[in-house]
Design a protein around this ligand. Structure first.
Ligand SMILES: Cc1cc2nc3c(=O)[nH]c(=O)nc-3n(C[C@H](O)[C@H](O)[C@H](O)COP(=O)(O)O)c2cc1C
Length: 231
């Protein structure tokens, strides 16, 4: 690549993107947090700022802007510090469906950021929901709401990686379900897209089970998924 493109800024971004990888840390018991309250707040707010600077195309529908979280962004984020993760684990210990490995990750997490996206819905909606509005309408706006939320999530994961926190994008498992949603006070009108676990910087040195992403090594051959358009 030409010299002017390989700036230090590019190298920093490139290095962060190449370093980012799924790191699932499964603690056997609740870990003591490594950050104090102020540091937790700072980490969370820094990561949320990165999310807020991601591109997005369409505003969320009016129905999603009625409460305290009244932003036009097509997603919402719910943040838990380490102490809250431990409390959540305690409350989910005997829940149905079983929280399984989510409990081990809640015991390890330094911070958890839960991202939902706000679907445009059509027709009469139930007054009370027991599950998310799935399947959602497959139109362009909803596609782009999800895309925007994913862009925000990626910013967060890159920020966590650059700051040295091993991280993991989980679909949420039991956290998607009614029991957890009521505990977390996350409306089932919203659709969970990512539960982002950030683990302590020294997580890999503690002897806990650590799992990589199953598909980590797939798709690295560019020719298997891209081609030059020739006209
Ligand atoms: C939308 C989305 C949801 C994911 N949900 C899960 C999940 O629930 N469980 C899991 O093990 N990995 C999950 N992952 C992580 C992928 O397994 C991981 O990104 C993939 O194996 C590639 O590995 P890498 O992240 O290290 O590059 C998810 C990733 C994305 C983008």
């Amino acid at each position: 690549m030409k010299d002017q493109i390989i700036s230090n800024a590019f190298k920093a971004v490139q290095s962060t993107i190449l370093q980012r990888k799924t790191t699932k840390v499964l603690a056997n018991d609740p870990w003591k947090p490594t950050l104090d309250q102020e540091e937790h707040n700072e980490l969370i707010s820094t990561l949320l700022h990165l999310a807020a600077h991601a591109p997005y195309h369409y505003k969320s529908a009016e129905r999603h802007k009625q409460g305290v979280l009244n932003s036009s962004l097509p997603f919402r984020a719910y943040t838990l510090d380490a102490a809250t993760c431990r409390k959540l684990a305690e409350q989910l210990k005997n829940s149905q469906p079983p929280a399984g490995k989510i409990l081990n990750m809640l015991w390890a997490a330094e911070v958890l950021l839960i991202f939902t996206w706000l679907p445009d819905v059509f027709g009469e909606q139930p007054l009370e929901r027991s599950m998310e509005p799935l399947p959602f309408t497959g139109n362009l706006r909803n596609m782009e709401h999800i895309a925007a939320t994913s862009a925000a999530i990626t910013n967060v994961l890159l920020g966590a990686t650059a700051s040295g926190f091993p991280n993991y994008w989980s679909s949420g498992g039991a956290l998607r379900q009614q029991t957890a949603r009521e505990i977390l006070d996350i409306s089932l009108d919203e659709i969970m897209l990512g539960c982002l676990f950030m683990f302590p910087k020294d997580a890999l040195e503690r002897g806990a089970e650590v799992k990589p992403g199953k598909l980590r090594n797939e798709g690295k051959d560019l020719h298997s998924w891209s081609k030059a358009v020739e006209l």
